[in-house]
Write a protein that binds this ligand. Structure first.
Ligand SMILES: Cc1cc2nc3c(=O)[nH]c(=O)nc-3n(C[C@H](O)[C@H](O)[C@H](O)COP(=O)(O)OP(=O)(O)OC[C@H]3O[C@@H](n4cnc5c(N)ncnc54)[C@H](O)[C@@H]3O)c2cc1C
Length: 452
């Protein structure tokens, strides 16, 4: 394709969905990925994806060989492993674990059928810019070992955590480096268990410093006797190795004794609110490259797919209007950030609270049910931690032994509401961005619970 309208860098879930939407809407779309075609979609992951994302985007549910198993419900374990919180009917979580490679290949096939041209083994080095406008990308064709340049009206960075375009753009709209505390380092294994799972549809989540300091451990069923087990931790320097922590977990949790490892790999995922702007001049960001990930559980497949649909539509409109400046692309910001992005942002506050709570306080909170399954589900839906007056009183009585914890909960609840409101008022144009972002950053900085 000589003169594409759109070049999408990265054929992960976000890139494939975005490229497909662009092509469906009549845009000449080139998709570049450094991997060979059959390896596209093979990504280290927990493999869990909620049905709600498919309902929201109209993308077909996983089926046939893509499905490892159905998921309905999660058990959340506090550090003591007692007083487990059983979350059932969590529509924002329930869905499937998938064969990541088969799922990714299906999204790729759908993009190609819609008219997208894929150049695989194309390693993108960075953007080509003229003044502040991105006008194309440079890439190396790994098959022929030749260098290429391709121009496009719009470049979309869907390169995942690497953010290969985003990291090479310097202007006030684009956030480059992400703080270490906002990155989860993960290690996961697919293992065959010695015994069948008692509840093969229920995911397990483990909190506490022993298993995953400032993060969590997970066991997601992949079949009657197979699971995806992993550990993800945040926190910058001195956080330890998730691989070593997973090793310890396997030595202490009986279900995992003597299991057989089928596959093991590490990876990283951003767990912050999305980028303050998802666009700049001639360029837009989607998926992990845009930090579109749920900050409490690190799930990003769904968020990236949702954003990809919006971005495809905005790209078409901007190209039709011939306005590929940040202003012309701004509707992607307003449409995504004031809806799903808003939910992700308020969950960053919740993540900061969870990370600050000491293990003994966490155990106490679980024992006294200071947080209930409904709270978790409401928070994840973006409804905050809105407790009724009666509820508050009831919990104050139950939590009397830990006023510090209750105050933290109350503070988090207030900040979640504030940040939610700020996102609902996302600026209508780049002019108001600085002021808006300063107020959001100040809210995030207030979400420091250690001081209480
Ligand atoms: C251990 C772990 C567990 C997770 N568990 C879950 C889970 O259970 N559920 C969930 O929803 N999410 C989970 N996530 C997060 C989820 O995997 C990501 O949010 C999601 O895959 C991001 O999709 P993406 O398309 O943005 O990026 P990616 O899937 O990373 O795709 C990026 C693509 O860009 C290509 N690329 C990168 N650099 C270049 C370059 N220079 N040139 C050309 N191509 C390039 C890559 O080859 C890749 O194909 C997990 C993440 C990790 C690390």
């Amino acid at each position: 394709m000589k003169r594409p309208d759109v070049v999408v860098v990265g054929a992960g879930s976000a890139g494939c969905v975005t490229a497909r939407r662009c092509a469906e809407l009549g845009l000449r779309t080139l998709l570049l990925d450094r991997k060979e075609k059959p390896a596209i979609g093979d990504k280290v992951c927990g493999d869990e994806i909620s049905r709600s994302h498919f309902d929201a985007t109209g993308i077909d549910y996983p089926s046939g060989g893509e499905v490892s198993t159905s998921i309905s419900g999660a058990d959340v374990y506090p550090p003591s492993m007692e007083n487990i919180l059983q979350v059932r009917g969590w529509t924002e979580f329930d869905g499937w674990t998938v064969d990541r490679s088969a799922f990714g290949q299906r999204l790729l096939r759908e993009a190609i059928s819609a008219g997208v041209q894929l150049n695989d083994r194309a390693h993108v080095g960075g953007p080509i810019t003229r003044d502040e406008q991105v006008i194309g990308v440079e890439y190396r064709d790994m098959s022929t070992k030749t260098e290429h340049k391709v121009s496009a009206k719009l470049v979309i960075d869907a390169s995942g955590f690497a953010g290969v375009i985003r990291n090479k753009i310097e202007n006030e709209l684009v956030e480059g480096e992400i703080a270490k505390e906002d990155i989860a380092l993960c290690y996961r294994e697919i293992v065959q268990l010695k015994m069948p799972l008692a509840e093969p549809e229920v995911a397990r989540v483990f909190l506490g410093g022993q298993i995953a300091p400032k993060g969590y451990g997970w066991i997601f069923p992949k079949g009657p006797q197979q699971v995806n087990v992993g550990v993800g931790i945040t926190g910058g320097e001195g956080r330890g190795s998730p691989k070593a922590l997973l090793g310890l977990f396997k030595e202490t949790y009986p279900l995992l004794f003597d299991c057989t490892v089928k596959d093991s790999r590490g990876g990283a995922v951003p767990v912050r609110r999305p980028l303050k702007s998802l666009v700049s001049h001639g360029v837009a960001f989607v998926g992990d490259a845009a930090l579109q990930v749920n900050p409490i559980h690190g799930g990003g497949i769904g968020a990236g797919m949702r954003a990809g649909i919006v971005l495809g539509e905005v790209a078409r409109e901007a190209i039709a209007r011939r306005d590929l400046t940040a202003r012309g692309l701004w509707p992607y910001n307003t449409r995504f950030l004031s809806s799903f992005g808003r939910r992700l942002a308020s969950l960053e506050i919740f993540r900061r609270l969870l990370q600050a709570v000491r293990d003994e306080d966490m155990d106490y909170g679980f024992e006294k049910r200071l947080l209930e399954a409904g709270d978790l589900m409401a928070a994840n839906k973006g409804e905050g931690l809105s407790l009724s007056a009666v509820d508050k009183l009831r919990r104050v009585k139950r939590g009397a032994g830990r006023m510090r914890l209750l105050l933290s909960l109350q503070k988090a609840s207030g900040l979640m509401k504030k940040i939610d409101k700020a996102y609902s008022e996302y600026p209508r144009s780049p002019d108001g961005l600085d002021e808006w972002n300063n107020s959001v950053v100040s809210m995030v900085e207030q979400a420091s619970f250690e001081r209480l």
